[in-house]
Design a protein around this ligand. Structure first.
Ligand code: PTJ
Length: 243
């Protein structure tokens, strides 16, 4: 039992949940290492949503709402950390949800679909085909889901798949605490924020965008600026770290 007054309560609860989900098979063991990398970058941004991340989150909401067919691609870590938040984003944005795994087994696919469904999400399922140009199983997608999407939101993604989705002409939004990752640099829009903060912020923005704001945000999207701003925030935090 983690005491509520522990200064690192949130982080310890997230770790405990990931460890439990790893024991159950929802999270791949490799996902624990990926989370540790994310935590390190979260320290550097001060474990809060930065100004540039908030801008990216509003822009993501505008893009999701104006897409012809938006799909949220969910992996094990995202499902373990943010199943209810994903379901709420689906309600606010009207996006479809599809599970796509790096470490794919039919059993994990079913477990993750079940977890998301239990939290109120409607998850696409059916016969996946090798749609995305990758030799790996992440190519497996639903023709009526990611296959048809013009926009895909891929939290905690791997760079190869992000590049392959872009090669197919899709717009890719990612959530990645590491602004230097290949995914962060390949996506059309990168949100450098922790997934459990980022997704509720996108959901909130879906209902609070002012008339005309979405068009303005999309027209002024500059991902290199957003990545530089995230790195600047980290540098700034580091320079005050020991004060
Ligand atoms: O469930 P599976 O089989 O699909 O596997 C999922 C993982 C995460 C193991 C797989 O996609 C993977 O290996 O991802 P990468 O290439 O390690 O990329 C994950 C990225 O997400 C890294 O850049 C991390 O810094 C970042 N990250 C990790 N945890 C979080 C995060 N970003 C935001 N919020 C987090 N909680």
């Amino acid at each position: 039992m983690i005491p509520r007054d522990h200064p690192r309560y949130r982080s310890l609860v997230a770790r405990e949940r990931l460890a439990r989900c790893a024991r159950e098979g929802v999270v791949a063991l490799e996902g624990l290492a990926a989370h540790g990398r994310g935590e390190a970058f979260d320290y550097l941004i001060g474990e809060k949503t930065t100004r540039s991340a908030a801008l990216a989150e509003r822009t993501a909401a505008a893009m999701l709402l104006s897409a012809r067919h938006a799909v949220i691609s969910v992996n094990g870590n995202t499902a373990a950390l943010a199943a209810a938040e994903i379901a709420a984003l689906q309600r606010a944005s009207g996006a479809d949800i599809e599970v796509n795994l790096f470490h794919r087994t039919e059993e994990r696919m079913e477990q993750i679909i079940r977890l998301l469904t239990e939290h109120g999400a409607r998850v696409l399922s059916g016969n996946a085909e090798r749609i995305v140009p990758l030799s790996h199983d992440r190519a497996l997608s639903l023709p009526e889901g990611i296959g048809d999407a013009d926009l895909v939101l891929v939290p905690l993604e791997d760079g190869d798949r992000c590049a392959a989705l872009r090669k197919m002409g899709k717009t890719v939004i990612t959530i990645d605490l590491n602004p230097l990752s290949r995914t962060a640099r390949t996506a059309n829009l990168t949100i450098v924020d922790e997934v459990t903060r980022a997704i509720p912020a996108i959901t909130a923005a879906c209902t609070t965008l002012e008339p005309g704001e979405g068009e303005r945000l999309i027209a002024s999207l500059d991902n290199t600026y957003l990545l530089r701003a995230a790195i600047d925030e980290m540098r700034e935090n580091l320079s005050h770290a020991l004060e």
